[in-house]
Design a protein around this ligand. Sequence first.
Ligand code: SF4
Length: 398
Amino acid sequence: MSSYPHSGPPQTTTLRQRLADLRGPAVPPRPLDARALAALAANPGCGRRALLDGAGVDKTALAAALGSPAPFGQSQFAIIRGNSFEAKVKADGGAELLRLVHLHLGAGAEPPRAGTPVPDLTAAGPEGRAARTALALREATAAGAWTLLDHPMLALEVAGTPAYLEPDAVVVHPDGRWTVVEVKSFPLLDGSADPAKVGAAARQAAVYVLALEGTAAKVEAAEVGHTVLLVCPKDFSNQPAAAPVDVRRERAVTRRQLARLTRVEELAATLPAGLTFDPARPAAELTEAVSAVSASYAPECLSACELAFHCRERARAAGEATALGRSVRGELGGCATVAQALDAAAGRGPADDPTAAALLQAARLRAEALAEAADRAAAGALAAAETAEAPEEGACRC
Ligand code: SF4
């Protein structure tokens, strides 16, 4: 998957200039790609990420300048291994890939034959490739035959500007259905894979589904499948296996989030004039700039955002309950910080707050259990001491 730079989300010259100032004068805008869009959907409450991504800030460089670089992304070895696996899956005109699509999502259609069309999608620039892809999709749907689009280019309107996205493959079915196929290098063990990796892949694929829907709306009889196919190595071999993944939920969340991306204009408007995320500025100034935008750190950020180490440090320093995990944060209700939760457990929480009452009750039960355990341990120790002191029966007393 890759993407191409876009000119950024600004609608006006003033905003364009403002976002350029936020990035830094010498920093070109970072492209929005499916991974970034999917990560936004995974953390809908983070204004910091929404602004930085919307402004095209280079978060990797920013994290390094803040003194908290995050080892993020795949290793070179993993990239090479992934590319080699993808080449294997797509060898012979994509015969194996098409076989897997038919096997899992064929819906009773005739299997693809040898020599299934794989249209040439080369064109100048991302706009040209996206237009070529749209034409190929239209022709394949009209032909009513299996067609494989290898690395098509899709355009998705984000905050008024197209982002260009490149899934691993899109397969057109004879009935006009379009299926997104993602080739991943993590293994399928006994038919299932690491749920976190599958979740990330599903969110990424949901972005492609949304992009395809924009094209499908203009093509008669076209329909975008909401079940995508993940193709992964089987067990610990290099043999391809596949798993269909329903991405309806991820699609809905991503769609909602992308609509919220327009907030970049509002977020930028709230920042003081002169504030910048230019990685060339001193760390202290950047720390202050980043703190000016609200964040919503959660441990999930560690696998999705370049600023994770910086935000984690800040969240811990502020005692934010969300740093313990979203589920813990959800359980704590109105207690947004660890200190508030401890206060509630000590009986100093709001009298009418059910979460505070539950925490107080839990603290009482814990104290009782600990006291009982301590009593039992003391009784056991006393009995052991008495046994040790008592003379053994039949022992000589002289
Ligand atoms: S690491 Fe920070 S900026 Fe990134 S999503 Fe999490 S809270 Fe937001």
